[in-house]
Ligand binder design. Sequence first.
Ligand SMILES: Cc1cc2nc3c(=O)[nH]c(=O)nc-3n(C[C@H](O)[C@H](O)[C@H](O)COP(=O)(O)OP(=O)(O)OC[C@H]3O[C@@H](n4cnc5c(N)ncnc54)[C@H](O)[C@@H]3O)c2cc1C
Length: 220
Amino acid sequence: MSKFRLNDYETVVTSIKEIAPDVCLLTFKKKWHFLAGQVVGIALKGGDDPRMYSLSGGTDDQEGEIIFDIKPEGSLTPRLSKLKVGDKLFVSEPFGEFTANEKPAWWIASGTGVAPFASMVRSGFIKDKRLIQGGRFAYSFYFEDTFKQALGENYIRCCSQETGDGLYPGRVTTWLEEQTDLPKDVLYYICGNAEMVVDARDILIKKEIPYENIHSEIYF
Ligand SMILES: Cc1cc2nc3c(=O)[nH]c(=O)nc-3n(C[C@H](O)[C@H](O)[C@H](O)COP(=O)(O)OP(=O)(O)OC[C@H]3O[C@@H](n4cnc5c(N)ncnc54)[C@H](O)[C@@H]3O)c2cc1C
């Protein structure tokens, strides 16, 4: 993302908490409306290159919300994780076209890539939606209470490093490989790290899902 005009987008942190090891949920005062699935650019001071984050809150929420992994050697996230309520933050206007609509859809996510789908559910996009969420550990299923309540049987958790009640033992891509009757007339949204997104897209194409039905967002 190109540099945004920082002074236009100064805001303050309203809450921050670590919801799993090295994963934080941060909220801030927002001055704009957004579409579920959009992203914002975030920086701590002028001159910094902003990083992009999907908004995870509902479109009617008073505050903006993001979820992020702390990358130990990263330039922004270690500093972001140390912010306190009331600290200054620069957040761009929302943008992006990885947005929800009323059509039936399967959502495929890994790690914090579940954020846009949390936003979609919290914005009321629930009917005819199915979420396949991938995580390494049992604690990696961020927003799982929200998803369980909203999606019921249409919420599938794939856990690659642990076994547990209700968890599919393996990656989202392995789960996808095993499906013999993927519907061809629904939209597929894929979000997360590059490896998962590319692999999931390849599997869908191999299973004859029309290319135009596949939407993806890569967190690089
Ligand atoms: C559209 C989009 C949406 C996104 N949404 C989210 C989201 O909702 N949540 C989320 O957590 N992330 C999201 N991301 C990723 C996010 O934008 C950042 O890339 C991420 O948080 C890392 O930022 P950072 O500044 O801490 O790390 P960076 O400084 O960008 O470093 C990234 C990685 O590279 C490594 N690295 C840095 N410098 C070097 C070096 N010199 N040599 C070797 N390795 C190095 C670091 O260890 C780190 O692991 C999104 C990305 C995109 C493109």
